[in-house]
Write a protein that binds this ligand. Structure first.
Ligand SMILES: [Zn+2]
Ligand SMILES: [Zn+2]
Length: 284
């Protein structure tokens, strides 16, 4: 069982130590974990300048040694995409040795982080079409920029959008989603199934089964599954649910990454000892 989106204290909004996360991952039957810390380029945001690459890689090295026989550790990064910093972003990623790079949109620059409760103000002042539209434009640009191994939480906008506009309706956003999904297929970027939405207001993954099915119809075959956990309580949360949804929507494999090279691993829904808790973790 893989968890391909996890934060540690190398991210500005997380205090969990990397060894603690590894220990809990092993206890819960996770066989492979990707630490995907936040990296931001927007100068006016507090996150920018927080991530320390050398210290992070050293911590990955130590954890690999300590958990050698129990856990595969993937050195990843979750880069916040902002179109104003494409050059800096491309250069920064290229100069470093990651296994796995997620591109995500969190900020509408000058309007805040749509994944924080403060975003409710942004949604309340706009129609659904306006608010979601601004986000889709950025996600499409993010996908087109194309330097990623996976696109993170494709419809994160529904995290708080749901509270203002009601349950997310894929059909109302089909055109925008199709553009993004087709771009992922063309650029061979994996679509992430981010299970954090299960424990947040939308109570469903980013994205839902309907979007996964559409991605499959458009020729998409590459998916990753991650809990986007920021605390050991959530390590592996929902990954079994996410994998099962992938299987039910027509995917046979998940992606594994080493030094930016993807390979397909058959989805295995069988449980080994220690895995039982994951079954209960849809909402943990
Ligand atoms: Zn994110
Ligand atoms: Zn994340």
């Amino acid at each position: 069982m893989f968890d391909y989106h996890h934060h540690s204290a190398f991210s500005v909004d997380c205090t969990a130590s990397m060894p603690d996360v590894c220990r809990v991952a092993v206890e819960r039957g996770i066989s492979e974990i990707a630490f995907t810390e936040h990296m931001d380029f927007i100068p006016e945001e507090k996150n920018t300048g927080y991530f320390r690459y050398d210290a992070y890689m050293e911590s990955v090295r130590q954890c690999r040694e300590r958990f050698r026989d129990e856990l595969a550790i993937v050195a990843g990064i979750e880069v916040d995409y902002c179109p104003d910093f494409e050059n800096e972003t491309g250069k920064w990623v290229e100069e470093r040795e990651f296994d796995f790079v997620i591109g995500s949109v969190h900020y509408l620059r000058g309007k805040g982080n749509i994944s924080e409760p403060r975003a409710l103000g942004f949604f309340r002042g706009r129609t659904e079409r306006e608010a979601y539209g601004e986000y889709w434009d950025l996600v499409l640009r993010c996908a087109r920029f194309g330097i990623w191994d996976a696109l993170g939480h494709i419809d994160l906008v529904k995290r708080y959008g749901t509270e203002v506009f009601g349950p997310f309706n894929e059909e109302r956003h089909a055109e925008a989603l199709d553009e993004v999904l087709s771009t992922l297929v063309t650029k061979r970027i994996a679509l992430e199934i981010n299970t954090s939405g299960l424990r947040q207001p939308p109570a469903e993954c980013y994205p839902s089964a309907a979007v996964l099915r559409r991605y499959r119809e458009l020729g998409g075959v590459r998916v990753t599954v991650g809990s986007d956990s920021h605390a050991v309580d959530h390590t592996g949360a929902g990954v079994f649910f996410g994998l099962r949804m992938a299987r039910e929507t027509g995917f046979t494999h998940v992606e594994r990454f080493r030094r930016r090279e993807g390979s397909a691993v058959p989805i295995n829904l069988e449980f080994g000892p220690g895995d039982e808790r994951l079954l209960q973790q849809k909402r943990l």
